[in-house]
Design a protein around this ligand. Sequence first.
Ligand code: GLU
Length: 467
Amino acid sequence: MASKPLTGAPSSMVGDNGRKAISTPNDRGVVGSRPPSMESSNSQPSAPVKRKSVYENVMAQFDKAADLMHLDANIRKILAKTENEISVNFPVKMHTGQVEMFTGYRIQHNDALGPFKGGLRYHPSVDRDEVRALAAWMTWKAAIAEIPFGGAKGGLQIDPSDYSAAELERITRRFAYALGDNIGPEYDIPAPDVNTNSQIMAWIQDTYLSTISPHERHRNIHVVTGKPVVSGGSLGRDKATGQGVVFTIEQWAEHREVSLEGATFIVQGFGNVGSWASRLLTQLGAKLIAVEDATGGIRNRDGINPDDLLEYVHTHGGVRKYPKGEFVDHIMFLRTEADVFIPAALGNQITAETAPWLNVRLVAEGANGPTTPEGDAVLQQRGIDVIPDILCNTGGVIVSYFEGLQNKRKEFWDLEEVDRKLRKKITSAYKRVYDVATEKKTDWRTAAYIVALSRLEMVYKDRGIFP
Ligand code: GLU
């Protein structure tokens, strides 16, 4: 890839009542939990370091931007807190006849710009702290993309691969029922996230609609987005996050004057976001050379065909034993020399420890929160560009907004229209962040926060604080 020096700143849920039959390709490519070896392989034992919570990471990013832009002190207090934190405990009958209790969360960070909006995540790592962070990121994303949504997130602390499809349906429906009026098409609108997909959205939609008057049902189908197209979903929503990631990478390539033709990239997570980004970037002439997911890593410097790999992942549950690549451990994967790294799995992957290993020019954050503030500092110091999550992965929520519009207007847009509108929205967001990064001579994450916080500050200043 020729370059100039840098300046400036598939829904295949299978199974029946038997156990062990679930595979839920998802918004962010993680099926089940990450084996301990992923984080620790080959690393030397070191003194225990107190890990900051994910929400503390968000607040560190927030504070940096708020200081730089001199965010109004009162508005700063408001945005530093979540608005509502709902947690529900509910029972579900398992196939054994036994009842299991589940705890679900929905955390609503802010709705100054519109109804609360954000995904639902099913993963063993889900807890209140993580969901808080993810909810705040949704507020910033919608503000940067200039779509009329606030921010929320929710989830269940479960590994979906432990449950049959029938159990997962009952768990999901009971969760939706327990949330009750805490969600709603003009109030709080869930969507897919890690380990959830259009099927899960269809169950939530059906459960919600079953609890309201039959006269109201067809006006309320936008209670969730990312639903199946036949149930009111939008064309292009499935690939939207990955598509958005690729649109932002195209922008980066343009403004850095580099060619994506022949550029190499590596991807962490091969679920919805990672696989779509890989397929779309390959279509632009770039070469996928390494992939890592919860099962392990693979590498092939001659190039990996993402369609072929996806087929393999669907049948084998992960990339680990893919025959057309050599096995690499976590460190070897991260050390792979490439032009672009797309983290598209869980958070906290690029840290003070792992950032020095990266051998890339750009980190395009398909995942939410893949980089810790300490990892960020290393990337900056090493001159590695970052398209931050709250810009890079907004494609999903942008097309969710289009989905809601189509539902309300009873329209059905073709794929070209969705893609064209997504490109326009995400490109404008990219330019806003670029301008602030240049003007304030700051890093892109801080610039993205400044774009989001300025918009929220304006709204609060216009409206004042009740009473
Ligand atoms: N889960 C996606 C995200 O983190 C999409 C959210 C949505 O469409 O509401 O951005």
